[in-house]
Design a protein around this ligand. Structure first.
Ligand SMILES: [Zn+2]
Length: 187
């Protein structure tokens, strides 16, 4: 049996996989068919919907719903009360069902700020940083710093999280990057 923690106030449905070292705190609900990796942390009032896949080392702060169609790769950070969606044109009278859901992919190491919204059908690149309250309405490049409504790229961020302000060498950790055809890559 995997060595993970679930607070007694939370519900884990059947057919769920949870990795070792993962902690699921108060008043959360992990729904059927979902997979959560190792060493994750799910805060208070987190909902993981049916068939959602979450990688290793993912941190989800309080009040986040990860809806069906969303994939969180390893080391993704979801800030408090950030919002995912899975239907661009919802109608109560004409429900699409799960086959109509649009996919959202949050890639390795990316961070989503508090109260930011990721509109469905988009990919957030590796190590990208979404500012608090931003509304993402298009694909986000790797290492991009996105802010505003709708979110626009306002810079680049290092893998360590520091914005790359003057040049492409991080003043905190020393990592260096190169820009090739509009894409940032580590040197
Ligand atoms: Zn750095």
């Amino acid at each position: 049996m995997a060595d993970y923690f679930v607070h007694e106030s939370s519900y884990i449905d059947e057919d769920v996989t949870i990795g070792s070292g993962t902690k699921i705190w108060h008043f959360s609900h992990v729904q059927k068919g979902s997979q959560i990796g190792e060493n994750c942390s799910l805060g208070q009032n987190v909902n993981v919907s049916n068939n959602v896949k979450i990688g290793n080392g993912v941190k989800i702060q309080n009040n986040v719903s990860v809806y069906e169609g969303v994939v969180l790769e390893d080391y993704v950070f979801c800030g408090p009360s950030c919002v995912f969606t899975n239907d661009l044109t919802p109608r109560s009278k004409y429900p699409k069902g799960s086959v109509g859901y649009k996919k959202t992919l949050i890639k390795y190491g990316a961070s989503i700020g508090a109260n930011a919204t990721i509109v469905c059908g988009h990919t957030v690149g590796r190590w990208a940083m979404i500012a608090s309250g931003a509304v993402v309405t298009k694909d986000v490049p790797d290492y991009a710093l996105m802010a505003g409504v709708p979110a626009r790229q306002v810079g680049w961020v290092c893998e360590c999280g520091m914005p790359l302000k003057d040049g492409l060498k991080c003043k905190v950790c020393g990592r260096e990057y190169v820009l090739m055809d509009g894409k940032l890559e580590e040197k």
